[in-house]
Structure formats: C-alpha cells, structure tokens
Design a binder for this molecule. Sequence first.
Ligand code: SF4
Ligand code: SF4
Length: 651
Amino acid sequence: MTSNLNRALEWTSPQTQPLLLGALCLLALTLFSMAIWPKLKLLRGARSAERCDRVLERIALTLKVALGQSKLMQEKGAGWMHALIFWGFLILLFRAAEFFLIGFFPETDFSFPASNAVFVVYAWIKDTAVLLVGLAVFFALYRRLILKPQRLTLSTEGLLILLLILAIMVSDVLFDSAFLALHPEGHSGPIGMVLAPAFEALGKNILGNLHSLAYWLHTSSILFFLILLPRSKHFHILTSIPNVFFSSLSNNLSRIDFEEEESFGLVKMEDFSWKQMLDLHTCTQCGRCDRACPAWATDKPLSPQQLTVDLRDHLNGPPSSDIVLPGGIIDDEVLWSCTTCGACEAACPVMIEYVDKIIGLRQGLVLTEDRYPKEFKSAFQSLETQSNPWGFPKSSRSDWAKELGIPIWDKTKPTEYLYFVGCNGSFDARGKKITESVVQTLRDAGVEFSILGNDEGCTGDPARRSGNEYLFDMLASANAETFKEQGVRKVVTHCPHCLNSLKNDYPEFGATLEVIHHSELLQKLIKEGKISPQQKTEENVVFHDSCYLGRHNEIYEAPREVLNASTSSIKEVEHSRETGTCCGAGGARFLLEENTGTRMSHHRLDELMVTKPDTIAVSCPFCVLMLEDAVKAKNLNVKVKDIGEMLINKT
Ligand code: SF4
Ligand code: SF4
C-alpha cells in the first residue's frame, strides 16, 4: 500500500500547493460568479410560471430525458457520443473531487489499499469512463472537422470545449501512469497499470515533471471549464437538467387578464417568464429543431434555433427598454412562418419550448403592435361576427345536417355524445363529406349523439394560434358558456384542432369536458364489435399523422388501429408519429398565402409519395385539404381520405 503523500508535489511544497490551488479556485469562482450573476438576476426578476406541480412526473421525465438522454438517442451516432460524455462526466465528478482533495490536503492519505473492493470497482469504472469520454471526444472532433453535418456550425468555442475535455481525460491518464511509474509499489486503475511500465524508461526527473504537469493541467482545465460555462452555449451543462424538470407537462398557453395587463404578449424581454428565459440559456445550438421544422425545410425565414439565439443574445446584451422584440429582434415573417406543429419541441433534447414563445410574440404583434398579415383582417372579422374564419353566415352553420336529420342537443334529453363538428366540417365542401362519413359510422354503430346546431361556434383555435388572444377569449367564453348551460360532458370531434382547443384550452374557461377524437371512438367501437368492416382494401395506403392529434395530444395508435380495420397493410414514412412532418395548415397558417419557398404541403406530399401510395389516409380535415390541394397542384393520381371515410367504404 502507498499513500497519497507527495502526490503532485514535485513542483510545489505541501505548504504552497493548497495556497496555489486555493488562489486558482478563488479566481475561477469569482469569474464564474461574475458571469452567472446577471443571468440569475434576470431569472429572479422574470415573470412567474407555475412549474412545480406533479413532482413525481417531473422526476420521472428528468430521469428519462436528462439522465437517460432518451431524446438524444433519436440520432444514434451523435446521441451515443453525447451520452457517453455526459454519463462519463457524472462519474468523473468523483475523480475531480479526488484531485482537489489531494491538492488542498497534500499530507493527508486518501488512498485505499489495492485490495479494497470499493477502490478496485471505482478505479475500473473511472478508467472506463475516461476511455469512453476520450473516444467520444475524438468522434465529436471527427464529426465537426471531417464529416461536417449540415446542422452543426463549426465554432471555436465548440472546439475549445472539446479540447478541454480531452485535456482533462489525457491528464487523468498521465497522472496515474506517471505516479505508478515513479512508485511501482503503488496502485491505480487498469489504464495506469498498462501504461506505467512504458513510462518507466523516461526516468524519475521527467516522470516527476510529467506527474505535476498532469495534476495542474487537470485541475486548471476543470477551473477554466467552469469560467467558460456561463460565457458560452455550454452553459446548458448547468441548465439542461432543471430545464427538463421544469418543462411543460400540458398546455402552456394561458389566458390573458385583459383588465389587469397593460401590454399583451411578448413585446419586451420583461414579458418573458423565468422558464422562457431558462429555455434561452439552455439551447446547445445542436440544430435538431431546425432539421425538424417544416418552415425551415421549405425555405421560410424561420429557424427555431436562430430564434432562440437571437432572443438569448438580446437577453444577455445591454438593457434596452425601447427595443420591441416582434419586428425589432425577430422579423414578422419569421413569426408568421410557424405552423405551431411542435416538431422542434419534440426534437429538442433539452425540452426547449417554442410554441408558447411564438404565439406570445404573435400576440405582441397583433394585440400590442396591431400588425398582422392582410389575410387575417377578414378572418378576424368573420370570426368575430360569424364565428367562422371564412364569413359564412352563422345561421347556416348546421345547414349540412338538415337533410340528414341530425338531432340538435336537448339538455332535457342529452345524448351520450355531443358531436362538435367544427368550422371546416360545417362549411367546407370537402369537410362536409368527412362530417357525413362520421355521422354514418356513428349511426351504423348505434352511437347516440347530437349536435349544437347553430349554437356551435368556432373554438377560437385559429384566433389563439394567430396571436389574437382577445378574439379567442371571446369565442372560447361563448362556447364554454353554451357547454355549461346545456350540461354537455362528453364531446366527440373529428378535427384535431377542435379537440386540442376543447381539451387543453377550455378548462381555463370553466369547461371541463371529456373530449375524444373520432379515431378514439371508432377504435372503441371496432373493439366492441359494433363496427365490423367487410373486406380490407389491398391498396397501398400510407398514413399521415396530424400534428395536433399526434404530437400535441399523443394520439398515435387510435387512427392506425381504425385504419387497420379497413386496410391490409399501412405504410409508414420516415417522418411519422413524433417526428411526423406538418402539412402546413396549423397555427392558423391555413388562412395565409404561402409565397416564400416551397409549399409545406408539397414538401409533406413528397415525403409521403416515397411509398408510392394509392391512398393517403389522414385523421384531420385540414390535412385533407392541404394534401388534396398539393395532389392537384402536382397532378398526381393519389386519393386523400379521412380514416373514417376509409372505414365506410369497407363496412
Ligand atoms: S412549431 Fe413547427 S413550424 Fe414552428 S418553429 Fe417549431 S417546428 Fe417550426
Ligand atoms: S432549441 Fe433544442 S434542438 Fe434547437 S438547437 Fe437548441 S438545443 Fe438544439
């Protein structure tokens, strides 16, 4: 057994070593605090956000996403590389503590006997971590310098951090190997034991210098890393775990108190909540959000990553009370390009939220700056006066139902379900066909349902997602009042945008409904044998996920199971389920012209056409419209159908 005595004391005496290390630590901690203090001050002064509920769920999420690195693994190579560095660093925190203990207490013996099982296990785990982190850093350097993937930007800062990590790993190995070569009676981990015999030839003088060099390189690299953290994008090393823990577990849009607030939406940095600011500090600039974004893929000016970087730079810059964010820091067109599809959020490994910020910035444009695309002017007017975005008379909302004899909701004789039809299903010619198919399947299965008739109004989804929260508040309040008056409890709808709004936005308006999508009801009816399709189609069918059904409400299986009842085999494209690509309709974009870049619907159609389908099956009436228009524009021979329509053809 040997002691730690004299470890790394070749350059210093036992008296000067703690003083020198203490001075370096003090300098590093001072510089670290100077950089982190302004950020903490901003967070402390920011608006509140309720993110301390459902603690167990939050812990489970943090274990899975932050510690388990689950989202990073969506990309195997880069995912494993990052995970190895992260897990390795967690293990090496103990090693760092060992180095500082040796430095501060040079005459204390911290060593274990070589036979101690704890030491042996620790030494093996530590050396494995050093090896794997080292290999991961080499792979990262290879990716950055040789492979150069498009989403990564080669930055000096990124390279410096990788070299620092490498210096920490190399100095760890040198420290152990030189020590063991100097003291062959000592012990270390397996790497030191393998390398020490080769080091012996260097002679005691060089080995002594090497040993001390390794010590000071290791400790000063760690301290330099600490100084660099809050000054670089690697600040995420400190903020990622809390950012995941405090991420949104449900709808994170909230009602504006129009009586109390003076300005509406995100206009200045002071309007951001602490969680929105934490998001900005957490971006690693990995570019995954850009790669998932349909707007970015179709050459719109929106890059979610850049949006975060621009806001973060502004946040960290000199205080300026006269700069307005929407239009000043972020161009209007950037904001109007977003479909609120949530693909960026699903892709982000540190769970940065975008939709709330983009809608907040849109609110700033619409409500405070009074500036928005011209197409919204008539849509807002129509929503306000006729409760639909196209200006059809309110009194004609239920005309489609007259010939079908659909009962109107009667609170004295309520049916099991209220069928909420939505604006598209009530007024659009193609949408009405989908509505009729829903009616037929529900009737065939003997489901009791009725509609609100002309008392139904737009949920307000396009108003809220376009930033007109005032209009949304008006529409949602009216519908919520109707639900309350009429005693409505269970709602079925075939529109995922209505579903999302009624289910996630309406509780704040006092409407706590059980809202299900028609795919979920059809799935249940099929299971119960109340719908039994005759013969499955042999056609080539590909399924397209709706963002508001899938990503926003995590309903992926129900439409597939319904489709399974009518189709022999369903093709899946590369981008499906959580990574499905938006059709371009969401976020009220179905109301806007799309003049910049390629059309998002064309882009999605190209992805779907890879499977050479006869039919594209969809579970959202807006996706049907967008994809059918794209099919016509491209003059292709492929049908676009709702999953309910697919079922009807086969029952
Ligand atoms: S929500 Fe969709 S469109 Fe908007 S930034 Fe994210 S990925 Fe892009
Ligand atoms: S927002 Fe998330 S996905 Fe996008 S660059 Fe930053 S860390 Fe990566």
